[in-house]
Design a protein around this ligand. Structure first.
Ligand code: ADP
Ligand code: ASP
Ligand code: MG
Length: 471
C-alpha cells in the first residue's frame, strides 16, 4: 500500500515521541508499504515564533529573540540527541544554521519594525523546518533510508494568500515529479516532508493556515494517488465533541468527508478545515489515529456508506467569532444591498462563516472571525452614508455552535429537538443558519453560553453512547 502518514505537533514534540513515530513508520515500511511522511513543528513552537515575531513590532529590546532562539536550540538539540545520537554531529549543524537564519530574519523585523504577511510566513515555517531533520535522522538511526524535504522542495505549489494559502492544481505534477522517483526508485527512500509550508510559483514561501500540516498530507496524498492518508495525533480519533470540553466525548468510528468538512469548518480543532477536499476529490480514505495508542482503530473518513445511522454525530463550537447585523426598513425589497454587503466584505478580505436573513428582509446577520469585526464594520459604513441601511451592529460577545451529521438530510425533527433542548436549558439562540447541504444546523448564542449549549446537545443526542448502547 502507498500511504501518507502525518505526525502532529504532540507526536513529534520530543525524543521519546519521535522514536514512537519512527517505530510506527518502520512497522509499516517493513510490512511493505510505500510511505511518505509529513511532519509538524514541535507542539507550541509555531505559536512561540509567531508571538515573538509579532511582539518585535512594538518592542524596544531584542531580548525576546535570543530567548526564543535559546529555547528552540535546547528543545531541538535535546530531541535530536535522544532520537538519533549517531547523527547528532551532522544534523545539529543543520539545525543550528537554521536557528541562526531565523534569528537574522527576526532581527531584521525588529530593526525595520516591519512584518509583512510574506515575512511572517517565512519565519512561521521554521517550526517544521527545524523538526524534519530530527525525524529524518531518527529514521536513519533505525536503519531506514529516508530523505528530508521542505514543502517547496516537495512541490507543494500554492496561491499567494499568505497565512492561508491554498494548493494549486499545477502542483500535482510537480509533487509527482519530485516524490515518485524517491519512493519508487531502485533504492527507495522514505520522504520526510515539512507540513504547513508551500511556495508560490515564484518560489516565495507560504503557509497553509494553522494546523496546515493536515492539509499538506492531503495535498501530497491526492497528488500521489495514495491508497490511504493517516493523520497521527494525540487522541484516539475524531470525537463527538472537543474532549477538553466534555469529558465523556466518544471516538466516532466512521465519518463521511462532508461531515468532517463541516466539523472542521465549525471549529473542531482536530483537522485543518481544507484538508479533506484533496482526499475527497480522489476518494482516498483518511484515518485519524493516536500515536500514543496505535492499536486503537481510530476514525475512518471516507465516502462510503457508514454503519452508524444516527442523525447527529458531533457538536462543535467556535469561540472567537462576531456577529455583524445590518438592519433597516430601507432594505425591504431593495435590490443590491446584499450584493453591496458581500462585495464590501470580500474586498476587505473578510470571510463570512454563516449568514441569516430575516424574511421581512429588514436585517441580515453574518458571522465572521472576531479579529475582523472592526474591519467589517468600517467596510459597511458606506451603506449607512448612502441611506441603504439604518445601522450596522457588531457583537463580539458571541459563540457559534454547530450540530453535525449527514443523517439530518431528510430526517425530520432534528432542528426541533435541538432548539427545544436549548430552550429547556434556558439558552437563548440569537441566530440560526442551516447549511444547504443539510449536514449541519449552526446557531449563535451569547459568549458565556457556548460551552453549556455543547453539553446540553451532547446529552440530548446521547452522543456519549455508541449506537448499539442506545436502545
Ligand atoms: P496535532 O498537533 O496532532 O495536529 P491538534 O492539537 O491539532 O493535534 O488536534 C488534536 C486535538 O484536537 C485533540 O487533542 C483535542 O483536544 C482537540 N479536539 C477538538 N475537537 C475535537 C474533536 N471533535 N475530536 C477530537 N479532538 C478534538
Ligand atoms: N505548525 C503549524 C501550526 O501550529 C501547522 C501544524 O501543526 O499542522 O499551526
Ligand atoms: Mg492539528
Amino acid at each position: 500500500m502507498r500511504r501518507v502518514m502525518k505526525f502532529g505537533g504532540t507526536s513529534v514534540a520530543n525524543a521519546d515521541v519521535v522514536c514512537e513515530a519512527a517505530k510506527i513508520i518502520k512497522q509499516y515500511h517493513d510490512a511493505g508499504d510505500e510511505l511518505i511522511v509529513v511532519v509538524s513543528a514541535q507542539r507550541g513552537v509555531t505559536d512561540a515564533i509567531m508571538n515573538t515575531a509579532s511582539e518585535l513590532l512594538t518592542r524596544y529590546e531584542e531580548k525576546g529573540i535570543s530567548e526564543l532562539l535559546a529555547d528552540l536550540s535546547t528543545s531541538h538539540l535535546t530531541a535530536l540527541q535522544g532520537a538519533a545520537p549517531s547523527y547528532y554531529d551532522e544534523v545539529s549543524i543543520v539545525i543550528q544554521r537554521r536557528i541562526e537564519n531565523l534569528g537574522n530574519f527576526l532581527r531584521a523585523i525588529y530593526h525595520l519594525k516591519e512584518l509583512t504577511p510574506r515575512s511572517f510566513d517565512y519565519v512561521s515555517s521554521f517550526g517544521e523546518r527545524l523538526n524534519v531533520p530530527i525525524v529524518h535522522a531518527c529514521l536513519r538511526e533505525m536503519g531506514l533510508a529516508s530523505a528530508a524535504l521542505d514543502g517547496c522542495e516537495a512541490g507543494v505549489l500554492t496561491t499567494r494568500s499568505h497565512g492561508d494559502a491554498m494548493a494549486l492544481p499545477a502542483g500535482e505534477q510537480r509533487i509527482r515529479d519530485r516524490i515518485l522517483p524517491l519512493i519508487t526508485g531502485s533504492d527507495p527512500l522514505i520522504p520526510v516532508i515539512t507540513g504547513f509550508m508551500g511556495c508560490t510559483d515564484e518560489g516565495i514561501v507560504t503557509t497553509l493556515g494553522r494546523s496546515g500540516s493536515d492539509y499538506t498530507a492531503s495535498i501530497i496524498g491526492a497528488a500521489l494517488d495514495v491508497d490511504e492518508i493517516w493523520i497521527w495525533t494525540d487522541v484516539d480519533g475524531i470525537m463527538t465533541t472537543d474532549p477538553r470540553l466534555v469529558s465523556d466525548a466518544r471516538v466516532i468510528d466512521e465519518l463521511s468527508y462532508i461531515e468532517v468538512m463541516e466539523l472542521s469548518y465549525f471549529g473542531a480543532k482536530v483537522m485543518h478545515s481544507r484538508s479533506i477536499e484533496p482526499a475527497m476529490q480522489k476518494s482516498i480514505p483518511v484515518f485519524v489515529k493516536n500515536t500514543f495508542n496505535p492499536d486503537a482503530p481510530g476514525t475512518l473518513i471516507s465516502a462510503g456508506k457508514h454503519d452508524d445511522t444516527r442523525v447527529v454525530k458531533a457538536i462543535t463550537y467556535i469561540e472567537k467569532v462576531a456577529t455583524v447585523t445590518v438592519a433597516g426598513a430601507q432594505m425591504i425589497g431593495r435590490p443590491g444591498v446584499a450584493n453591496f454587503i458581500f462585495s464590501s466584505l470580500a474586498e476587505a478580505q473578510i470571510n463570512v462563516m454563516m449568514i441569516s436573513q430575516a424574511s421581512s428582509e429588514a436585517n441580515i446577520t453574518l458571522v465572521i472571525d472576531e479579529g475582523q469585526a472592526e474591519r467589517a464594520r468600517e467596510s459597511l459604513m458606506p451603506l449607512i452614508r448612502q441611506c441603504m441601511v439604518r445601522e450596522v451592529v457588531v457583537d463580539c460577545d458571541v459563540c457559534a455552535v454547530a450540530v453535525v451529521g449527514s443523517g439530518m438530510n431528510g430526517a425530520l425533527g432534528t432542528a426541533g429537538r435541538t432548539f427545544s433542548a436549548l430552550g429547556n436549558a434556558g439558552i437563548n439562540v440569537m441566530m440560526i443558519s442551516q447549511g444547504s447541504s443539510e449536514v449541519n444546523i449552526s446557531f449563535v448564542v451569547q459568549g458565556d453560553q457556548g460551552a453549556r449549549a455543547v453539553h446540553v446537545l451532547h446529552d440530548e443526542f446521547r452522543l456519549s453512547y455508541a449506537e448499539h448502547e442506545m436502545s
